[in-house]
Design a protein around this ligand. Structure first.
Ligand SMILES: N=CN[C@@H](CCC(=O)O)C(=O)O
Ligand SMILES: [Zn+2]
Length: 411
């Protein structure tokens, strides 16, 4: 199947194959072609250029993209999309003055979701998660990472990971699985944390690895959750099975988790709402992607990740949704991009770089996805008619993604 897109108002994010990410001042630049064509064959980008240089080509279908922007799909590198039920009562509790921490201390938060998930049959969990995935794909997500971490028992963690695996088999977009058994201590291990860590290392990890259920390892490295030392032990145990770290860190407090994650060659460090200069120093010269989650900051009213400081230090930034029932009940990457512009003062170019190529990097996909590059997979989206790409974050809340193509097929 060959599709020829013609009369594209502007084709965004054109990159060379060896560009693994965009960092620092270069994030201000979003290479593009106005009045462009794009040729996709057998799921792969084969050619693109200016309309006036369109060669004679064979194709099965044409797509007229007059007045429309064409760009790579969003790559959402941090989600908890597989969960059971919702937590709207906690949302109202927060409006009435309780903090995230106070709600968690009363048995709400992650443990509330874990209870619901443990009680939910696998088939029902799959159906709920599938519905969410269909919705985010329609909004332009063309690659996604999904974590476990609402199971907190061997059985329930495996149930989550099997649901993620099944989504990966039944949907065409790339789905990357992360094992997050270290998301919170179950109530019965609050006073005996080492026993739960032993369960993660000795019971959960070997089973997750044996069934090949996760490529990445994550932990909530935070005051009141997993300490830097505990997180390090879990990472090192997972690395023996070839799992790559992607770590929740610096959401509420600075505890030097970034330094440890970088030393462990983490692929990404995620959240970073509170960040000190020493954290930024630790990220320099590393291969670790800082990932910001602005919808989480928005929803629970915490600081926004200082993306400008990161970029001024020459670092890359990726944007992801953090889709989860507690801090971010939304996987809308268009809102993420708009919020990054509005609240984090990222320019549209920076935000689009952060949500495409850099997002793909943060889940080990940027060699094949994330930019308009000959030979890369054709995961692309077409907007509705818009005056310019600035309009995407400007007209926040409007659904402007008209068509989404995954591996050369419209969904
Ligand atoms: N911070 C840790 N984990 C999730 C929230 C978990 C929850 O509240 O259910 C996050 O990334 O925000
Ligand atoms: Zn998260």
């Amino acid at each position: 199947m060959t599709t020829l897109f013609v009369n594209i108002k502007e084709l965004l994010q054109i990159r060379e194959p060896d560009e693994k990410w965009v960092a620092g001042a270069a994030m201000k630049v979003l290479p593009s072609i106005e009045n462009a064509y794009l040729l996709v064959s057998d799921g792969v980008i084969v050619d693109f250029g200016k309309m006036e240089e369109l060669p004679l080509v064979d194709f099965d279908v044409t797509e007229d993209c007059s007045d429309r922007i064409v760009l790579p799909t969003w790559y959402d590198s941090h989600t908890h999309l597989v969960y059971a039920g919702n937590r709207e009562q906690e949302f109202v509790d927060r409006i009435n003055g309780l903090s995230y921490e106070e709600i968690a201390n009363r048995g709400g938060g992650i443990l509330n979701s874990a209870k619901k998930l443990q009680e939910t049959p696998e088939e029902e969990l799959y159906e709920q998660s599938k519905h969410r995935l269909v919705e985010v794909m329609k909004m332009g997500t063309g690659g996604i990472e999904i974590k476990s971490g609402y199971g907190l028992t061997l059985e329930a963690e495996l149930k989550m990971l099997r649901v993620i695996k099944r989504l990966g088999e039944e949907f065409s977009l790339p789905i990357k699985a992360t094992f997050l058994g270290a998301h919170a201590f179950p109530a019965e291990y609050k006073e005996n944390q080492e026993a739960y860590i032993d369960i993660i290392i000795n019971d959960m990890l070997p089973k997750v690895a044996a069934e090949n259920l996760a490529e990445f390892i994550d932990a909530f490295c935070e005051t009141g959750y997993f300490s830097v030392d505990q997180t390090k032990r879990i990472i090192e145990a997972a690395q023996k099975y070839g799992m790559v770290p992607k770590i929740h860190v610096n959401q509420f407090t600075v505890i030097d988790g970034i330094q440890m994650a970088v030393e462990c060659n983490a692929l990404s460090v995620d959240h970073l709402e509170v960040l000190e200069d020493k954290d930024i120093e630790a990220l320099k010269e590393s291969e670790t992607m800082p990932v910001a989650l602005p919808s989480c900051s928005y929803f629970i009213s915490i600081p926004y990740t200082p993306a400008r400081k990161l970029m001024e230090a020459g670092l890359p930034v990726a944007l992801a949704s953090d889709y989860n029932p507690g801090t971010t009940p939304s996987g809308n990457m268009n809102f993420v991009v708009a919020t990054a512009c509005i609240k984090m003062k990222m320019t549209p170019e920076e935000a689009i770089n952060a949500a495409t190529l850099n997002g793909a990097y943060a889940m080990n996909l940027s060699k094949e996805y994330g930019s308009i590059t000959k030979g890369k997979k054709a995961n692309i989206m077409v907007t509705k008619p818009v005056p310019s790409y600035y309009y995407l974050p400007y007209s926040f809340g409007e659904q402007l993604i008209d068509k989404v193509m995954i591996h050369g097929e419209f969904i």
